[in-house]
Design a protein around this ligand. Structure first.
Ligand code: NAP
Length: 347
């Protein structure tokens, strides 16, 4: 690795109103692997890593599928510092090849199916859990310095009962039995995969840190819509079946990618990192979308159904302490909808 480390500043300005600044070390010539590099969050992470001078091994499911590869190849620096690898999360050798030569690994690849799960074991649990242990085993075998695992708020919040005056945080775990009984198979997959990661880290002595994003939205880089952007897309179409009586933590996709880099580069970062900008009831979120974009047929949904719940403003304090200044919810909504428009998903 080249000896000279320099600092770069990322300055975000939005019509002069918003100025988010964070200092991140630029580590030229370091090679890192991003599993799920073709996905919604993965593509953003690959782009930011290339911007910072990293060489990136990005994994895709099918190298012949241009919908997975083409947008990645347009990123600045991709020509010389991006290598694509085809992996299957259940094929250890394919993962070993992608991780070979890397100082760090960002493990994002995981099936994101939230509806119509027919065979939970095969569709979600096996690739999420076995995939995570395969990636960590390869990282350990190849002497990787640190692995960042992308978990979710879904591994933290779902549970049968929670006292109204107690804040849920990084010390909480989703209740797996409750999730199974209610068919929340995605939450089961994220919870068990994250638990498997922590067990592996403890038993084998591997440096693992975890990011737990909420509902990720913002500009879309790949050609297809992922599950979280599909949710806002359907809201704009007037679909009422998107409604869930729950609180969600919205977060901008750029901030999620940045959070991964911050916890990777700051060796003081440890444990889980909640990654949400705003906590809002789904009905309140829908009302905000309707207010900002009255031209769409956004359904009126029940608003905050548990107004007495204790609210926390700095759920993502660990990431804020590392320098992350979150893009506010209004901007997240605007960036998402403008991107859906410019990509032709909505008129
Ligand atoms: N979006 C959110 O709101 C959100 C919130 C919290 C956590 N997360 C987590 O963030 C990560 C990325 O999510 P995303 O929103 O970016 O979803 P996404 O666009 O669907 O990305 C998932 C990636 O994983 C890959 N993948 C899935 N199964 C695989 C398998 N068996 N073998 C190899 N690769 C496989 C996918 O490849 P293909 O595209 O080829 O299927 C895709 O590149 C996931 O771990 C997800 O659980 C997402």
């Amino acid at each position: 690795m080249e000896g000279s480390l320099r600092f770069t500043e990322l300055i975000r300005t939005e019509k002069g109103k918003e100025r988010a600044k964070d200092k991140v070390m630029l580590k030229k010539d370091e090679v890192v692997c991003v599993t799920g590099g073709s996905g919604y969050i993965g593509s953003w992470l690959v782009r930011l890593l290339l911007d910072r001078g990293y060489t990136v091994h990005a994994t895709v499911k099918d190298l012949k599928d241009e919908r997975e590869t083409k947008h990645l190849e347009t990123f600045e620096g991709a020509e010389t510092r991006l290598r694509l690898f085809q992996i299957d999360l259940l094929d250890y050798d394919s993962i070993l090849a992608a991780v070979n030569g890397c100082a760090g690994v960002f493990h994002l690849a995981s099936p994101c199916i939230v509806e119509q799960v027919h065979d939970p074991e095969r569709e979600l649990l096996e690739p999420a859990i076995k995939g995570t242990t395969n990636v960590l085993t390869a990282a350990k075998e190849l002497g990787v310095r640190r692995v960042v695992v992308t978990s979710s708020v879904s591994a933290i919040t779902p549970s049968h009962y929670w006292p109204a005056d107690v804040v849920k945080g990084e010390d909480c775990w989703a209740d797996v039995d409750y999730c199974k009984q209610n068919g929340f198979w995605y939450s089961v997959s994220k919870t068990l995969a994250e638990k498997a990661a922590w067990e592996f880290a403890k038993e084998k002595g591997l440096d693992v840190v975890v990011v737990n994003p909420g509902t990720v939205m913002g500009p879309i880089l790949p050609p297809a819509l992922n599950a979280s952007m599909l949710m806002i897309f359907r809201l704009l179409q007037g679909c009422t079946d998107v409604y869930e009586d729950h609180f969600m933590g919205t977060v901008h996709v750029n901030d999620v990618a940045l959070a991964h880099i911050l916890v990777y580069e700051n060796m003081s970062a440890s444990g889980r990192h909640l990654c949400v900008e705003a906590i809002s009831h789904f009905g309140d979120f829908a009302a905000k979308v309707a207010e900002l974009y009255p031209e769409y047929n956004v359904p009126r949904l029940p608003k905050d159904t548990q107004p007495g719940l204790l609210r926390t403003k700095n759920a993502a304090k660990k990431l804020m302490d590392l320098g992350l200044q979150f893009i506010p919810m209004e901007q997240i909504i605007k960036d998402s909808i403008e991107s859906l428009k410019s990509k032709g998903f909505i008129a």
